[in-house]
Design a protein around this ligand. Structure first.
Ligand code: HEM
Length: 492
């Protein structure tokens, strides 16, 4: 289905919130300014409050036609839809916010082909095993499950970003502080939406938010740039053809269609922040939702453990590691897919569109999109479409097993679109393969090592979603009673 509505374009907050935020300070200013100043203010405000069409898509066929078949008309996101745009005062430094063009092509190709390519991910076996070891030790000593899962995912991404020695170099305390800071930024960003919405007067009307925004950006620069300098000075990659870290690849990158220039420091900070932020929050949220559902459903957990133990037996003392080993656990993949369908970490996919090609894709009359529109593909609703999925709100991994309605589900959405947790089309998530690998790897080893049971009282699992964040996360972090498995399955 396609819903239409009019709204103020370009912001992260809703029209109503923005209205309230604007009315009080504007009234105050109007009382102070008189004559010419009032006229000037009106002129500025008028220029910053553009109206645009907002379209909501919940029909999977429309989503596929638009994002895949008419992908050339669905290449850009609306200005202000991406948090980092606010942080950098509307400079499109990272992949998510960059408009389709030479810069986007260069930085996306670099990430997808140089860093996240499946052949490179194999080189990260050591990193994954080290982080898993730390995670298992933390959980055995009673550390809270939810937070520990997030930190494990962040640690993997930090090593991929700055090199294998970053965790030992920085120490766990500093790394935790960096992770917390990254999360605080993401949580604070929605409140900065007004600064983009009212680009000309926002920083005067919302002075303290503006200052807070600048302070956050400065803090990001202070935390990332020294680490970049270390990568630059250390002559980076080891000679044995080890993993080339993300920063290393960015330092080598040249934007050929822009005179062969290197990536600037401002761009580096935004790209690093995106890598750590988008990579951690999405994958860790999916991991937490998966484990939470397994706590709620011991029957599914038992079934999964049969799959896992069969492979674990062959691994002996070492963790389940190889992609090939993971691929021999069909129920594991089904559990992860069901988690992504039922709780997609990114709740919507946005595009800014204009023109007749986009109108045709959305089955609208020609000319309807002459002035542009924001299209919002509702990822959660598409994945819970009752016409495709039986009992769509239930957590049922069996639907991805032979005979189930999801068995042929294509995550890239090129053949068919039944769910779209990673988006679709040319701007789809480049982290798909890595996220799936890490999710399967962590879930398999966590189930092998522990039985995950419901904790008591307030710590019981609550599957409610937290609202007001860019990612769909659990309202209450996961708590569970973990029983270490001493039987044949558990790795030492
Ligand atoms: C379970 C994990 C993940 C989920 C569910 C997820 C989901 C998404 C979604 C829905 C989009 C928007 C796609 C669109 O507009 O069509 C996206 C974009 C993106 N994701 Fe992910 N993501 C995940 C993991 C990752 C990881 C691990 C990374 C990198 C380390 C990553 C980096 C990106 C980037 C850079 C984009 C922007 C792509 C572009 O504009 O060209 N994501 N992701």
């Amino acid at each position: 289905m396609v819903y239409l509505s009019h709204m103020l374009s370009g912001g992260v907050v809703t029209g109503a919130t923005a209205g309230i935020c604007l009315i009080l300070p504007t009234a105050f200013l109007l009382a102070i300014f008189v004559g010419r100043k009032v006229a000037l203010l009106r002129k500025f405000a008028k220029g910053t409050r553009r109206r645009g069409l907002s379209i909501h898509v919940t029909d999977r066929a429309v989503a596929q036609r638009a994002l895949v078949q008419h992908s050339a008309a669905f290449l850009d996101r609306p200005v202000g839809a991406v948090p980092s745009t606010i942080l950098t005062r509307n400079s499109h430094y990272n992949i998510l916010s960059a408009p389709y063009g030479p810069y986007w092509r260069a930085v996306r190709r670099n990430l997808a082909a140089d860093v996240l390519h499946p052949s490179r991910l194999r080189l990260l076996d050591g990193t994954r095993a080290r982080v898993l070891g730390d995670l298992l030790r933390a959980l055995r000593s009673g550390a809270p499950a939810g937070e520990s899962l997030y930190f494990a995912v962040y640690s993997i991404l930090a090593e991929m970003c700055f090199g294998a020695d970053v965790v030992s170099k920085l120490g766990v305390t500093r790394l935790r502080a960096m992770h917390k800071f990254q999360r605080d930024i993401l949580l604070a960003l929605p409140s900065f939406g007004v600064l983009l919405r009212y680009t000309r007067i926002g920083k005067f009307l919302y002075r303290s938010r503006w200052r807070q925004l600048l302070a956050l950006r400065r803090q990001q620069e202070e935390s990332f740039l020294p680490l970049v300098a270390e990568v630059r000075n250390n002559n980076r990659r080891d000679a044995t053809g080890g993993f080339k870290c993300y920063v290393d690849s960015l330092l080598d990158l040249r934007i050929h269609e822009d005179g062969g220039r290197p990536v600037t420091d401002g761009e580096l900070v935004s790209l690093i922040s995106e890598f750590l932020g988008a990579g951690t929050e999405s994958t860790a949220a999916a991991l937490e939702w998966t484990m939470a559902n397994l706590v709620k459903r011991p029957d599914l957990q038992r079934k999964l453990r049969i799959d896992v133990d069969a492979i674990a037996f062959a691994c002996g003392d070492r963790v389940i590691q190889e992609a090939e080993e993971l691929s021999r656990m069909p129920y594991l993949k089904a559990v992860v897919l069901e988690s992504l369908r039922r709780h997609p970490p990114v709740p919507f996919v946005l595009r800014h569109v204009q023109g007749d090609d986009a109108a045709t894709a959305l089955a609208m009359r020609c000319g309807a999109l002459d002035h542009g529109a924001t299209v919002n593909f509702l990822v959660g609703k598409i994945g819970r479409d009752g016409a495709v999925w039986s009992d769509p709100t239930e957590f049922t991994p069996e639907r991805f097993m032979p005979g189930g309605e999801g068995v042929s589900a294509d995550l890239s959405c090129t053949r068919e679109l039944k769910m779209m947790p990673f988006g679709a089309g040319r701007r789809a998530c480049p982290g798909l393969a890595m996220a799936m690998l890490h999710l399967e790897y962590l879930v398999a080893n966590l189930v092998r090592e522990f039985e995950w049971w419901e904790a008591d009282g307030d710590d019981r699992v609550d599957l409610a979603e937290f609202r007001g964040f860019f990612f769909t996360i659990m309202n209450r972090p996961l708590r569970a009673r973990l029983v270490h498995r001493t039987a044949a399955g558990a790795a030492v």
